[in-house]
Ligand binder design. Structure first.
Ligand code: NAD
Length: 327
């Protein structure tokens, strides 16, 4: 069957997906999106829905028939659809595991039929409780026990990586796998536990900015437009096939400092409150203290990496504002 679209983007109505689709359409590519709108929203792709080269299908990556149909229509697949966000992972563990594991399996099986290149979105969560920062793609991973379902997200994404690499090794399927570190920017929703939109929303509405844990845990935040640059460059780089690649900024910031900067840049007088994990999450919640990517593989492959500094990113998100439905 002749492909009608250049790309299938699963999860294309989501945060990263909508930015990626906008970029592809701006570059003259045609795009088909498959999204069940569970955490994504049509408002994210409002500007694209009328475009002739853009097609939206509301459906799930869990439907084999839908996935086969969508993959058949496209030349390459960018698979972003997943159950995401700490809140979802903790409160809906079955959906998280099934969506992330079975959804990816469906995509890989369908792609194998037409030998289509597939991008798989993985996550820095895969490094789990590893303490040897910066994290290298081939370093050991240290996950918590299966009795704490917080680790099911990391484990489901690690299984996605194993499966994608197995399809590459066993069947020669061209796959590119990225481990995204905290990706942020305009349109990200704070509803499912994402820290930056939540802080900005709290600061802009004069509510207390709530820092979970003791605030000394660190993260590295990348701007979504730069992450999109990296994804597309990696998809165009033959040497990236069959590789797992960290995509993230290396600027490390504590969550307490992030809260302070949000308050300062937004000009808010909100107080900053420390909320221990025991109060913020169900019993037994565990977090990782530091998460910093080693980006040497990314640089070797494409020569670019996310570089925007945290203050610039905060300004951009504040400028855009947090839409009502995304709070
Ligand atoms: P998002 O929630 O905005 O995007 C996920 C999209 O997938 C949503 O539009 C949602 O409706 C859709 N979706 C969920 N289940 C689906 C299903 N069964 N069928 C079809 N669509 C479904 O989140 P995001 O931040 O844009 O994440 C995109 C990808 O990047 C995910 O795979 C996520 O695991 C990964 N990732 C994101 C980050 C980050 O910091 N944003 C970090 C690491 C990894």
């Amino acid at each position: 069957m002749l492909a009608r679209y250049d790309y299938l983007v699963t999860g294309g109505a989501g945060f990263i997906g909508s930015h990626l689709c906008e970029r592809l359409i701006a570059e003259g590519k045609s795009v088909c999106v498959l999204d069940d709108l569970s955490t994504g929203h049509l408002s994210n792709i409002q500007g694209l829905l009328q475009q002739e080269s853009f097609h939206f299908i509301e459906g799930s990556v869990l439907s084999v028939e839908t996935v086969n149909d969508c993959v058949n229509k496209c030349s390459e697949v960018i698979h972003l659809a997943a159950a995401v966000g700490v809140d979802n992972v903790i409160n809906k563990p079955v959906e998280t595991i099934e969506t992330n594991v079975n959804g990816t399996e469906n995509i890989l099986k369908a792609a194998r039929n037409g030998n289509k290149k597939v991008f798989i979105a993985s996550t820095s969560e895969v490094y789990g409780k590893g303490w040897k920062v910066p994290f290298k793609e081939d370093g050991d991973i240290v996950l918590g026990p299966t009795s704490r379902n917080r680790w099911s997200y990391a484990c489901s994404k690690a299984l996605d990586e194993f499966l994608a690499l197995a399809y590459n090794h066993s069947y020669g399927l061209p796959v590119v796998i990225c481990r995204f570190f905290n990706t942020v920017g305009p349109r990200q929703s704070g509803r499912y536990g994402m820290v930056l939109p939540r802080f900005i929303n709290q600061a802009l509405t004069g509510k207390p900015v709530t820092v979970f844990g003791n605030g000394t845990q660190t993260r590295c935040f990348s701007l979504v437009s730069e992450v999109v640059d990296c994804v597309l460059a990696l998809m165009d780089t033959p040497k990236a096939v069959g590789r797992v690649v960290n995509v993230g900024s290396t600027e490390e910031i504590t969550i307490l400092e992030l809260a302070r900067r949000v308050r300062e840049i937004s000009g808010s007088s909100s107080e900053i409150i420390i909320v221990p994990y025991e109060e913020a999450y169900p019993a037994g919640f565990e977090d990782m203290q530091r998460r910093v990517p080693d980006v040497s593989r990314l640089m070797d492959l494409i020569g670019i990496r996310p570089e925007a500094d945290t203050a610039t990113i905060i300004r951009k998100v504040i400028e855009y504002g947090i839409p009502e439905g995304a709070r």
